[in-house]
Design a protein around this ligand. Structure first.
Ligand SMILES: [Zn+2]
Ligand SMILES: [Zn+2]
Length: 154
């Protein structure tokens, strides 16, 4: 189990504990799937003025050491999350780009057990489910509580 203490997590990853690193880690934790600008805004609210480049550099270091996970659905900017190591997947709204976590289909990281690994040692599988989120789908419905059952759902 990883430590819940951010300072310890940085040390465990062999990183020096710095205020910007702690702030970025906290920002990613507080805003799952945030893009760089969102992280930057949260970090600035926390520690004051810090450059875009500094935050970008910290994000790269944290991603390289596995403390945060970088995801980039097609057509989206890079997003970051602090939920790492469980190989969970994502569902992405085609309309507004919102992202939610989807656990592996069954059991402990079963998606890493490929039907044929071609001799590779697998450490990550990335599945992106695409669709339309409830918020984007809602306006088309006149009565959400009693949708007509013939309404285009396969
Ligand atoms: Zn949406
Ligand atoms: Zn996620």
């Amino acid at each position: 189990m990883r430590s819940s203490d951010p300072q310890q997590r940085l040390r465990d990853a062999g990183l020096r504990v710095t205020r910007p690193r702690l702030a970025v880690l906290a920002a990613v934790e507080a805003h799952p799937h945030a893009d760089t600008d969102t992280v930057l805004g949260a970090v600035r609210a926390d520690v004051g003025q810090v450059s875009h480049q500094a935050v970008y550099d910290v994000l790269r270091v944290l991603a390289d050491t596995g403390l945060v996970r970088r995801i980039q659905p097609t057509g989206s900017v890079a997003r970051y999350e602090a939920r790492v190591g469980d190989n969970h997947h994502h569902v992405v709204c085609r309309s507004c780009g919102s992202i939610a976590d989807v656990d592996c289909a069954v059991g402990e990281t079963p998606c890493l057990t490929a039907s044929d690994d071609h001799g590779f040692t697998l450490d990550e599988a990335e599945v992106v489910y695409w669709g339309t989120c409830p918020a984007c789908r809602a306006p088309a419905r006149t009565d959400i509580s009693h949708p007509p059952d013939t309404e285009g759902h396969r």
